[in-house]
Design a protein around this ligand. Structure first.
Ligand SMILES: N[C@@H](CCC(=O)N[C@@H](CS)C(=O)NCC(=O)O)C(=O)O
Length: 205
């Protein structure tokens, strides 16, 4: 079996950024294939590799697909025993990482989508909701350098979605698209800014 690693994704996809961040953090070499989500039809590769959801990211390892970003992060941790482990060993801390990742998937992503799709007063209300969500994450981060405490971990890699949120809130969707994935935080929350610069997430495309 080939051991080639291929990530199929769209550059601005926060779910996919999680996977790219985790692979880079672990030092795993991978190839990247862009799936243009601006076209309505998914490529035959995505349809074949993710027939249930037909969504990206998809990680293809040795020809076999793994789908859904958080499932992929756990797979990466289990399949490669190199580099730092993403999920902590302690069961309570693991539960904590999964809880917050799940909250980002359900609550934060839904606020982000609402904000992107709304207009006028609704947009302002959606923005406030998104800011409240970011405050929750900021409180969870506290004074620690990383979400996982002293070391970069699962929840830090899980923040691809958060990077998109920060950009949406700070600069608006048009500007963030214009940046073409070269993320650089210039203003905003001091705590999240500190976290993002320590973890280097906002410098990655
Ligand atoms: N739960 C999935 C969500 C992935 C997802 O929703 N991807 C969207 C882009 S944000 C997608 O590929 N949509 C397919 C389409 O737009 O046709 C994950 O975490 O990977």
């Amino acid at each position: 079996m080939s051991s080639e690693v291929l990530v199929v994704d769209f550059w601005a996809n926060g779910f996919g950024m999680r996977v790219r961040i985790a692979l880079e953090e672990k030092g795993i070499e991978y190839k990247y294939m862009e799936e243009d989500l601006r076209t309505p039809e998914r490529s035959s590769l995505v349809q074949e590799m993710n027939p249930v959801y037909k969504s990206v990211p998809v990680l293809i390892h040795g020809g076999r697909p793994i789908c859904d970003s958080l499932v992929i992060l756990q797979y990466i941790d289990e399949a490669w025993k190199v580099g730092p482990t993403l999920l902590p060993q302690d069961p309570h801390q693991r539960a904590h990482a999964r809880f917050w990742s799940d909250l980002i998937n359900k609550k934060v992503f839904s606020s982000q989508t609402k904000f992107l799709k709304s207009k006028g007063e609704d947009k302002e209300a959606a923005k406030q909701e998104l800011i409240e969500d970011l405050k929750l994450l900021e409180a969870a981060l506290g004074d620690e350098p990383y979400f996982g405490g002293e070391y970069f971990g699962f929840l830090d890699s899980g923040q691809g979605v958060l990077i998109v949120d920060l950009y949406v809130v700070l600069f608006g969707p048009v500007v963030s698209v214009g940046l073409k994935g070269r993320f650089r935080l210039e203003r905003g929350s001091k705590t999240l800014e500190r976290w993002s610069s320590i973890s280097g997430l906002l410098k990655r495309g």
